[in-house]
Design a protein around this ligand. Structure first.
Ligand code: HEM
Length: 422
């Protein structure tokens, strides 16, 4: 739909651009999104945002003029001390927006800016969903299209501001384009490069920065919030998780590294099981078939050219792939002999589970940010569960699966309790 009737900024936006231009844009960003340096960058940003470490220069400057958000652990401690119930998904959405801003632009947005951006992104998502319901949105959904484009114009202006600031840092020698610190560095280098995927196309750069931001914040936030929800229902799983964190991690406040994360198989299994039951992108994948597809189930053929939607939600709850599919059971992702696995799930069970697990879709248009999301979510869960116990306000059944493109736990309110000795 977007490709035919116009996107907020550029029809070359990553999500809709056809091959081979899609593939070259993905290749360009791949090293930044998937390498070990990114893991360490995400961990450093999460640590700094939570308030566990020294802020970078830009954050310190923003704090000095009062525009920086309060450090997160201080804010959560205050909520715990007051016993105030909070919508933990809202909190995590604000948090992940700040983290994404760092990964895009290496600076912290002010608190008011985070809120304004969140409102704008939510409005944009709603407009795009609503425009999709119009067969000819340029005729029958003009107000929506205008609103979408005006949000796009705002982002173009915002990225121009970020670019100007970065170019003046390059000129002053206070920043260098390589190695890239963030996605802005990667895209500006390519914008300037003859023959680059983005050569000379500022609107495309702005469109993709917007899309990385849009794709990367609320999905990750929902995965954290859904995990908290599931652990409120499963104190045994929570106890196992906390004991893994206590055994594997250094003293609270010490920055986490990729080596620490690799030592948390149970935490990884808990997050995966939450993604299985509550996939943040539940509608999954929409693709146009470029060849006939024969269905293995009954041999019938879906002809080439058909648009096919493979929704993840029912696949992840299919009893043939996941025995007792409604049960939250992280052991599905662990070898039967691993601590916490309880001898359940054969190697064949685990192979089947993995083959059906597609929270990030698959193929060339699968999520490019999955490594980043995994690092961020697990670092946040590890830090929060070591420090707090979460108590849900109200019954589990009152939490509603609310799907506005991304699946959020609507109505999930919790109180936080500091753990003893932390
Ligand atoms: C738990 C967190 C996340 C989930 C569940 C998720 C899920 C997905 C899914 C299912 C797709 C594919 C949609 C399709 O098949 O058309 C996708 C695409 C995408 N995601 Fe994520 N995502 C997450 C985090 C992130 C992060 C952190 C980023 C930012 C770096 C990101 C950026 C993107 C982008 C740019 C695309 C479009 C890729 C393309 O069209 O080539 N996502 N995501």
């Amino acid at each position: 739909m977007l490709r035919h009737f116009g996107t907020p900024i550029s029809d070359e936006m990553l999500f809709v651009v056809p091959d081979p231009r899609h593939a070259s844009a993905r290749r360009l960003m791949h090293p930044f999104l998937s390498g070990l340096p990114t893991t360490e960058t995400v961990l450093r940003v999460v640590h700094a945002e939570l308030g566990g470490g020294a802020p970078d220069a830009a954050t310190a400057a923003a704090a000095a003029d009062g525009s920086a958000p309060t450090r997160w652990l201080d804010r959560l401690d205050a909520l715990a001390a007051a016993g105030t119930p909070v919508d933990v998904d809202d909190l995590m959405t604000e948090f992940t927006l700040g983290v994404m801003h760092h990964l895009l632009y290496s600076c912290a947005p002010g608190a008011a800016e985070v809120r304004a951006t969140a409102r704008m992104l939510l409005g944009l998502t709603a407009d795009m969903m609503a425009a999709g319901g119009h067969p000819f949105p340029n005729l029958t959904g003009r107000a929506l299209m205008a609103s979408m484009r005006s949000t796009g114009d705002h982002f173009v202006a915002y990225v121009a501001k970020m670019e100007a600031r970065r170019r003046s840092e390059y000129a002053a020698g206070t920043a260098a384009p390589t190695p890239p610190r963030d996605m802005l560095d990667v895209l500006l280098a390519d914008l300037d490069k003859p023959g680059g995927a983005y050569e000379g196309d500022r609107r495309r750069v702005a469109a993709d920065l917007l899309f990385y931001q849009l794709g990367g914040y609320d999905t990750t936030a929902h995965s954290i919030a859904w995990t908290i929800h599931a652990l409120c229902d499963h104190p045994d799983v929570e106890a196992r998780l906390v004991s893994e964190l206590e055994a594997a991690l250094p003293a609270p406040g010490t920055p986490l590294t990729s080596v620490h994360l690799a030592a948390l198989p149970y935490t990884d299994a808990v997050w995966k099981e939450s993604l299985r039951l509550f996939p943040p992108a539940p509608l999954g994948t929409v693709r146009k078939l470029d060849a006939d597809l024969r269905l293995p189930s009954d041999g019938s053929i879906i002809p080439a050219g058909t648009t096919v939607n493979l929704p993840v939600f029912p696949v992840h709850r299919n009893g043939a792939a996941y025995p007792q599919p409604a049960t939250f059971d992280p052991a599905r992702w662990l070898p039967a002999t691993a601590p916490g696995a309880g001898g359940r799930h054969s190697p064949a069970d685990r192979r089947t589970a993995r083959a059906h697990f597609m929270p990030f879709s698959s193929g060339p248009r699968a999520c490019p940010g999955q490594n980043m999301a995994a690092v961020e979510a697990k670092a946040v869960l590890a830090t929060l569960f070591r420090r707090f116990r979460f108590e849900r306000v109200g019954a589990s059944a009152e939490v509603v699966l609310d799907n506005a493109i991304s699946l959020r736990p609507s109505g999930l309110r919790v109180t936080l309790h500091r753990r003893e000795g932390t």
